[in-house]
Design a protein around this ligand. Structure first.
Ligand SMILES: [Zn+2]
Length: 384
């Protein structure tokens, strides 16, 4: 076992205390007052951990964000941690499900795995390196956001601005249940389909109507044809609403289509096919538009090199490093789109994101702290 891993294992109870403290700060995205209190707590933590500057990014709709830097004037591109402190759990969830640790060493609590465990790892790996006098003389940044669970509307400009300057971005979202990193995340695009027909009495003049539901049915089947599950593309009609009365030929349908892809190219292909909708029913009008989207975090050559270095560093310190992926997007997708080296799923092992059985496997905290500390010490920037 490496000395670093041994050290962090000796600190496990400190990690559990920190994780408990973070979970006990309830921070549902909408509860700005509560999120701000957690921002206060982390601002103090970053300062205590020797950050050379901690900038508070005030927000009116969501909690205040933080941008903390260590060794600002040191040479080289920064390694930047990307963390979010908001959770999907509203005020009062903690009272229903207080922090508990079971006999298998799993810590349960709202927000534990998503992503207070990841925040714990950032704090404790920095603390450990400082205690051991091994904190590297390189720029290290933390961007702490407060709106990830509702789509990162307010934080995305900061994520883009700071990530673009970094040489490596570490997204502290949870690892998988097998403690694997995420080296790919699917791109997501949601499309809205609006169909317009013509109403007519279903008894007196059905032939004079233009049936929007019959048009929709054919458009839905056309969308289904776009599935290519073997290559990671899924196209699912997920919501539909239409018609006005049982005796009227329906004039309107609104539907939504969820699409997921592995590559930017597939995203472009879907977009082109989706928006090129020719009506099947004479006289019907079909409009399909994308209402939101994330480009995929591709497992491309850059990702493979970045992961290979991470794995090698992990093994140097006695760890087994695995990779996997996710059908859901994170802020990692935004970073990957910039062409900046990024790794995601660096948080602890666990399960139950956004679910009642949400938990962190405590024994994985020292392992992940070791990996992060090793990367901060040893990471070689590409092209440096
Ligand atoms: Zn998260």
């Amino acid at each position: 076992m490496s000395e670093l891993l041994q050290y962090f294992q000796s600190q496990q109870s400190t990690m559990v205390e920190m994780l408990t403290a973070l979970v006990n700060h309830e921070s549902g995205t909408k509860d700005k007052d509560k999120v701000d209190k957690l921002t206060d707590f982390l601002q103090a933590q970053f300062t205590e951990l020797g950050a050379s500057s901690v900038t508070r990014i005030a927000q009116s709709e969501v909690g205040d964000m933080l941008f903390a830097r260590w060794n600002e004037t040191a040479p080289g591109k920064p390694i930047m941690f990307l963390i979010h402190i908001d959770t999907v759990w509203g005020l009062g969830t903690l009272a229903e499900r207080p922090v508990r640790i079971d006999a298998d060493g799993r810590l349960f609590g709202p927000g534990a795995i998503d992503m207070k465990g990841g925040i714990t790892i950032v704090l404790e790996s920095i603390r450990g390196l400082r205690t051991l006098n091994q904190f590297p003389n390189r720029p290290i940044w933390v961007l702490m956001t407060t709106d990830e669970e509702v789509g990162s509307l307010y934080s995305t400009p900061y994520i883009k601005e700071y990530s673009a300057q970094a040489g490596l971005v570490l997204v502290m979202e949870p690892a998988t249940i097998d403690e694997a990193l995420k080296t790919w995340r699917k791109g997501i695009a949601t499309y809205k389909m609006e169909i317009e027909g013509l109403p007519s009495h279903a008894g007196n003049a059905p032939e004079k109507g233009i049936n929007a539901i019959i048009e929709f049915a054919q458009q839905a089947l056309r969308a289904r044809e776009m599935n290519d599950l073997k290559n990671g593309t899924s196209v699912s009609v997920t919501m539909v609403e239409g018609g006005s009365a049982t005796n009227v030929i329906p004039a309107h349908v609104t539907a939504y289509i969820d699409t997921r892809v592995l590559t930017v190219r597939a995203a472009d292909d879907i977009e082109a096919a989706m928006t090129d909708a020719t009506p099947f029913v004479p006289g019907a009008k079909v409009k399909i538009s994308r209402i939101n989207g994330h480009k995929p975090m591709e497992r491309n050559a850059l990702m493979q090199r970045t992961y290979a270095q991470c794995k090698a560093i992990g093994e140097r310190y006695g760890l087994t490093i695995r990779e996997d992926g996710s059908g859901g997007a994170s802020d990692g997708n935004t970073v990957a789109t910039l062409g900046v080296p990024v790794l995601d799923g660096l948080g602890p092992q666990g399960d139950g994101l956004h679910a009642l059985h949400e938990h962190v496997v405590i024994a994985s905290l020292p392992r992940r702290c070791t990996l992060i500390a090793g990367m901060l010490k040893d990471w070689v920037m590409e092209g440096a």
